[in-house]
Design a protein around this ligand. Structure first.
Ligand code: UD1
Length: 433
């Protein structure tokens, strides 16, 4: 009998195989979460294609169902329709599972003029406040109060009014929330210092397909000409650049070669050059990219908003750089506590020292370093967990990664993909010994 997969499952990895083969990179998690929330903006059906099967996507769909949206799924398609609102209340139980839930705030205020959302609370990788979201919504005319762990917002005269908003920092979530609030506002909104991630451009494309007028997405200033209503549309989610970058580094770490179907190099921004200098050879081909390892080289990088090197690839790059001969450094500038993978990587023999927001990798000469050996390690957050698997695939012996629910949030069919690439991995259920 097939055992039910559970988030508490573990992955048992036997290191030493060079990964080879072809896998598909699924639709982008970070693009589809706000785009699903965009279904709150019109009464007709929004058909979204290439939706990945991930627990974060299920959490967003649960939240929309709760708000009164009707949802039908058919393979990788999802049909969303929001006739009327069942409630404007997004309770703690639904929001705590996933911080990105906060992006329902903008569309709820834009179309229905009211919203009450539990504050997402702390997150393992940092405080992650939502002050920039709220500041922008206030400038658009929302009245906001914070009480008992909830954000309550109303639009006094029913319709938001376009405004000039300077974000101070290009927050991805704040940019998305404000774009979705502004598409139904009266007049013109300009979002300065907006985030420029490809997921922002995808949201704009979807909103424009729904009849919105969003200009300049992907640039530092986004201009939105508000409309009185939006309509239904069809939109297909692009491949996940973070997943693509993660697998490219994994393949290179094992000294293998692979084809990542659906992935486009252009999505990677400066990460493309960073990975190339570290020894990940990638080539754009028809329908995807080919990846091949060369010698892994030490590098120094700092994470930054797009087009800079993404924080979401930082942990995976660290695992890769553990295999380089010389000293590397990684400075994390986006989240203040995003080095939780370091103690776990160290347990496998990785030579990493932490100095504030910088990790120094390979401080000792290669001849004095301990060998990388398998160990029992704990997945701590989504991307960090992938770095543990990467090192497990090259370490001597067996590595067990506990708590796979972190990976289920963002890596679709992870075990199957690893097996397709020839990795020696087994997912074991929580109760199986
Ligand atoms: C999104 C991504 C996440 C990625 C991150 C940075 C989704 C679903 N998640 O998260 O995978 O790691 O971008 O690329 O797309 N901040 C504030 N005030 C705010 C908002 C943010 O101070 O109001 C700070 C955060 O604490 C953090 C930084 O800005 O230090 C970046 O956050 P942000 O860009 O908003 O990330 P998310 O949208 O949460």
């Amino acid at each position: 009998m097939k055992t039910q997969e559970s988030g508490m499952d573990r992955l048992v990895i036997t290191g030493g195989k060079a990964l080879q083969g072809t896998i598909s990179i699924g639709g982008s998690k970070n693009a589809c979460l706000p785009i699903i929330a965009a279904a709150l903006l019109c009464p007709e059906t929004l058909l979204l294609k290439n939706i990945p099967r991930l627990s974060d996507v299920s959490s967003m769909v649960q939240l929309l169902l709760h708000l009164g949206c009707s949802v039908k799924t058919d393979k990788k398609n999802i049909y969303l329709q929001t006739d009327t609102l069942a409630t404007e209340d997004a309770p703690y139980d639904l929001v705590r599972k996933m911080r990105a839930s906060v992006v329902v705030l903008g569309p709820l205020l834009g179309r229905f003029g009211k919203a009450r959302i539990s504050l997402p609370g702390g997150c393992a990788i940092g405080a992650r406040p939502i002050d920039l979201h709220l500041k922008g919504l206030k400038l658009l005319g929302a009245e906001i109060t914070l009480e008992q762990g909830y954000v309550s917002a109303v639009v006094p005269n029913g319709r938001l009014i376009g405004a000039d908003i300077d974000l101070d920092f290009p927050s991805v979530g704040a940019t998305q929330n404000l774009m979705m609030a502004a598409v139904l506002a009266e007049g013109v909104t300009r979002i300065r210092q907006s985030a420029r991630e490809p997921e922002i451009a995808q949201l704009a494309d979807c909103l424009n397909a729904m009849g919105a007028d969003v200009r300049g997405a992907g640039e530092a200033i986004i201009e939105i000409h508000g409309k009185s209503r939006l309509h239904g549309a069809e939109y297909s989610i692009e491949a996940d650049r973070i997943q693509g970058g993660s697998y490219a580094m994994m393949v290179a770490a094992t000294g293998g070669q692979a084809f990542l179907r659906g992935m486009k190099l252009e999505y990677l921004g400066q990460a493309q050059g960073v990975l190339a200098s570290a020894g990940v050879e990638m080539q754009q081909e028809d329908g995807g990219i080919s990846v091949q390892a060369s010698a892994i080289n030490p590098i120094d990088i700092v994470t930054a908003p797009y087009p800079g090197f993404p924080t979401d690839l930082q942990a995976q790059l660290m695992a890769l750089l553990c295999l380089a001969e010389g000293r590397s450094s990684i400075t994390e500038k986006i989240f203040e506590n995003r080095f939780m993978h370091v103690p776990e990587l160290q347990r496998m023999g990785a030579d990493i020292q932490l100095m504030g927001d910088t990790a120094i990798i390979n401080t000792t000469p290669v001849t004095d370093r301990p060998r990388l050996t398998g160990a029992e390690v704990m997945a701590t957050d989504l991307r960090a967990s992938f770095s543990l698997i990467m090192l497990g695939l090259v370490a001597e012996g067996t590595t067990t990664v506990q708590r796979l629910y972190h990976l289920d949030r963002g890596y679709e069919n992870l075990t199957e993909k690893l097996c397709t690439l020839g990795a020696d991995v087994v997912r074991k259920s929580h109760d199986a010994s």
